[in-house]
Write a protein that binds this ligand. Structure first.
Ligand code: SF4
Length: 224
């Protein structure tokens, strides 16, 4: 992948969609909570779970740890897998408090903090990098299923590479700029969720002029 190829993708998406203002959150801790809750579910469900936490004043680390486990899980029900997510959120929050809170993590070295996050049960690479990028403004590129699918269809990646190799494709070809990574990932999520879906809507895609797998005719919607 050349630098110009990555830039062309970003430029075309930004020209079509504009700034995405992602991640929608009032605090860094709310970003962290959202990063855990968004695993395997749509954002609208996360929004409902976060609203539940806000309603019981639990969107703050110490307050969240003081909430009864069953009550916490109940608040997270809209986001699915709520018992697992309650445990993961508590694990993450306990680690944050043990290390001295948000200020301590803000002062930490990025590579060490990434290892720390990956050592927390239930925190994988995508969640760790969402936290690093969106809560702590570190220049790490988030790789998710949308990114894999889009890059594969564009012919810029195989799509099944290890996480680190795909992240390096972006990080080695773009300036180490958290604002740019923030916007780029958000634009890829927008494209992957609205246009480059499992059944792609290529005639509406702002990347169709760059895409070797673009379909020029909208696929037939059988059964409609
Ligand atoms: S042209 Fe089609 S396949 Fe290519 S990125 Fe756009 S929606 Fe996906």
């Amino acid at each position: 992948m050349t630098m110009s190829a990555v830039h062309r993708v970003f430029d075309a998406l930004y020209a079509a969609f504009g700034p995405q203002d992602w991640w929608p959150a009032r605090t860094g801790y709310e970003v962290m909570a959202g990063a855990v809750l968004t695993q395997n579910t749509a954002w609208r469900n996360v929004r409902r779970a976060l609203a539940n936490l806000r309603a019981i004043d639990a969107l703050e680390p110490s307050a969240l740890m003081a909430v009864d486990e069953l009550l916490l899980a109940e608040q997270l029900r809209p986001s699915g897998y709520y018992n697992i997510k309650a445990a993961r959120l508590r694990n993450l929050t306990a680690a944050l408090l043990m290390d001295g809170g948000m200020e301590a993590w803000q002062a930490s070295n990025t590579a060490m903090l990434r290892q720390r996050l990956l050592g927390i049960k239930g925190i994988g690479e995508e969640t760790a990098d969402c936290i690093l990028l969106y809560a702590l403004h570190r220049p790490v590129f988030v790789i998710d299923a949308y990114t894999r699918r889009i890059m594969a269809r564009l012919g810029l990646a195989g799509g099944d590479e290890p996480y680190a190799r795909l992240a390096a494709l972006f990080e080695e070809n773009l300036p180490r700029d958290p604002e740019l990574y923030n916007e780029f990932h958000a634009l890829l999520v927008r494209l992957g969720s609205e246009v480059c879906r499992p059944r792609p809507h290529c005639p509406r895609c702002p990347l169709r002029h760059l895409c070797p797998t673009a379909q020029t005719i909208e696929p037939v919607e059988w059964g409609r």
